[in-house]
Each structure stands twice: as structure tokens, then as C-alpha cells.
Design a protein around this ligand. Structure first.
Ligand code: AKG
Ligand code: FE2
Length: 344
């Protein structure tokens, strides 16, 4: 209740347009930026008193400073390949026996344009095995997917940059490259504070340059925001579209002298990126090549209080490594049906 009241107050505080509607948001609000994004952020002092920094297999202060400048970090060999193999075995089972599972996939093929989100049981196996498919929120169904999402090496870093408990919001599994146009995730993955968002790209196999790798523009997290006609979020009121967003970002990055980089990492490596890092999926130059990957989106405790599919109920929380993920309120009987991760 207090959340709802504080949200109403913050809407009331926002300037109104002549038609009485709140003025669209056109930039992240400086007052609610994660502390690390503020000009006076003192990373060295933070790391000295941060209990989780000691046991990490990377230099946290160095990574945080790199993040401030570039809007991403790469964590080499951050997740054990046995965990990744278990996750992929479960995805194979999902595809093989898809008729058994009410789990959802998103299919971005023209034939599915009217209804891109489908129950996997209703999608032919050859489609599930092809490109343009995203397995949605598999962390709901799988213990190992939850453990990978909230792995210590990821959550310790994100807790440091948010200065708050980490919440796993959403996840996607890809068998092939996405070929998605350049974008910034805050426009699509919306929490109550849009700057409190980060993502992980977890390589489930070595990435081949012709498989449609992820690309990104280091430093692009600070370019001016795109306005969809109704502010920085893309929704049914927007007058501009993802193609316009991509054109704007590619041009803005080029004009700022930012060079596009391609993510050619190995199985077990993890890319973490900032809410506003401009990125996309490169063209698949060899359609025979898979590009198996697990993408997770995160927010902070302060900014993500309710499951997006049930904004008025208290979430059921699972805690791993000091971070939370909410049980899926729409499919309680499908939670953690893949149990192998319990003993791993
Ligand atoms: O993996 C990709 O190619 C793109 C994924 C992505 O941009 C996302 O899930 O936010
Ligand atoms: Fe993205």
C-alpha cells in the first residue's frame, strides 16, 4: 500500500501537460540513479567496506570502474560448465517433449506476429528448434536456471552497483542469435525506477563470429535518451518504433565516436550490462550455427516490489546468494519442476 501511495505521490509531483496527463519521462531521474552512476561515486571506499568483494574471482573495484566508463563488464569463466550443461539438457527436454509443458515461448516469425507468446506445447518441434525463438522465464521452472541467474559472481557485482539487494526480474533462453536491432533494455523491461536495471548474457557455448553474436557500443550508456513520442518507454501509446530507436542509437553512437564491439566469449563467460548500454544481435551469417545463451534481467529491491504479472499481490520470494527472485504467480504448479539443480 505504501508503495502505491509513494508512486502516486511521485506521479503527482511530475509536471502536467495542458491535457492534464503527466509529462512523459525523457531521461533517467538524477535523484534515483544507482549510486555508482553519480559523478561523486567513490568506488574504492565502497569496495573496502563491501563484505562480498573478498571472495570474488575478479577485482571488484577494477570492474566497477570499467562499468562506470563503459556500461558493461565481462566476467571470465564465471559459471561452472556443468551447471550450463544441466540447463541446456533441460531445454532439450523441453523441446523434445514440448507437449508436456505449459511453459511459454516467444516466436518472432511473421506467422506468429498476431500472437508471438505461445505455450510451448502448441508450437511444432521444428519451430522450437529454429531461430527467432525465445524460451521465456525458464528460471521459474528450473532450479539450476534460478541458481545460475542468482550466481554469486553476478549478484555480488550487481548488488554493488545498485547499492541494494538484487531482484531477478525476467529471463530468456536463445538457441540461435536474436538478430535484434540496436536497443537499450530500459525501454522494454520496465521496473519502477528505470535506471535500476541490468542484464547478464551467459554463454552456454563458445560464441562463433558467424552465429549472430551480441554486439554493443562501449560508453553508450550515457548518450541522450531516445523519445518514442511518449517518452523513453516503448508501449502501445508510442508513435515511434523499435526501428526508429535502432536508427537513432546507431547514429548517436557513431556521432559520439563509440566503436561497436562484438561479444566473442567462451562457454561460462558472462557479460553484464547497464540499463542503457546500446546493444543488439548481429546477422546470422551461417544458419547452421547455434548461439546458445541465457539472458537474465535484474532490478533492485527498491525498484521491483511486485511480480510484473501480479502487481497487487505480495510476491513469493526465493532467496539465493542474498538476491531474490519471485515465484511466477500465474503458474504455481510449474515452479521448479526441473529439480536436478537442487543437488548441484
Ligand atoms: O542475445 C541477443 O542477441 C540480444 C538479447 C537482448 O538484447 C536482450 O535480451 O535484452
Ligand atoms: Fe537487450
Amino acid at each position: 500500500m505504501t508503495d502505491i501511495i509513494s508512486r502516486l505521490k511521485s506521479v503527482a509531483k511530475r509536471a502536467l501537460m495542458p491535457n492534464g496527463q503527466p509529462k512523459p519521462i525523457t531521461e533517467f531521474e538524477p535523484a534515483t540513479l544507482p549510486w555508482v552512476d553519480r559523478a561523486d561515486a567513490d568506488v574504492d571506499s565502497f569496495v573496502k567496506q563491501y563484505k562480498r568483494s573478498k571472495a570474488l574471482p575478479y577485482d571488484l573495484a577494477e570492474k566497477m570502474k570499467f562499468w562506470q566508463k563503459n556500461g558493461f563488464v565481462i566476467l571470465d569463466q564465471a559459471i561452472a560448465t556443468t551447471w550450463l550443461d544441466q540447463l541446456w539438457n533441460e531445454v532439450e527436454e523441453l523441446i523434445e517433449h514440448h507437449e508436456k509443458y505449459p511453459i511459454n515461448v516467444r516466436i518472432d516469425l511473421p506467422e506468429y506476429a498476431a500472437n508471438p507468446v505461445m505455450a510451448i506445447k502448441d508450437v511444432p518441434q521444428n519451430v522450437l528448434n529454429g531461430p527467432f525463438v525465445k524460451f521465456l522465464d525458464f528460471h521459474d521452472n528450473s532450479v539450476i536456471a534460478k541458481k545460475i541467474m542468482l550466481h554469486e559472481n553476478i549478484t555480488a557485482f550487481l548488488e554493488a552497483v545498485f547499492g541494494d539487494k538484487v531482484i531477478g526480474m525476467q529471463s530468456l533462453i536463445f538457441k540461435y542469435g536474436s538478430q535484434q536491432a540496436t536497443h537499450q533494455d530500459f525501454a522494454y523491461v520496465v521496473s519502477e525506477i528505470p535506471s535500476h536495471l541490468a542484464a547478464a548474457w551467459i554463454a552456454l557455448e563458445d560464441v562463433h563470429i558467424d552465429s549472430g553474436p551480441l554486439y554493443y557500443y562501449p560508453g553508450s550508456h550515457t548518450v541522450n535518451k531516445f523519445n518514442f513520442g511518449n517518452g523513453i518507454f516503448y508501449n502501445d501509446k508510442s508513435t515511434l518504433h523499435p526501428g526508429d530507436f535502432a536508427n537513432y542509437l546507431d547514429k548517436a553512437c557513431q556521432e559520439a565516436g563509440l566503436e561497436r564491439q562484438t561479444l566473442l566469449v567462451k562457454k561460462g563467460d558472462v557479460l553484464l550490462w547497464h540499463a542503457a548500454l546500446a546493444h543488439g544481435g548481429d546477422a546470422i551469417r551461417n544458419p547452421a550455427l547455434t548461439r546458445k545463451s541465457y539472458v537474465c534481467h535484474y532490478s533492485s529491491d527498491k525498484a521491483y516490489r511486485h511480480h510484473r504479472q501480479s502487481p497487487t499481490t505480495e510476491p513469493v520470494r526465493r532467496t539465493i546468494n542474498g538476491a531474490d527472485v519471485f515465484a511466477n504467480p500465474t503458474m504455481p504448479d510449474q515452479e521448479d519442476i526441473f529439480t536436478a539443480g537442487r543437488t548441484m
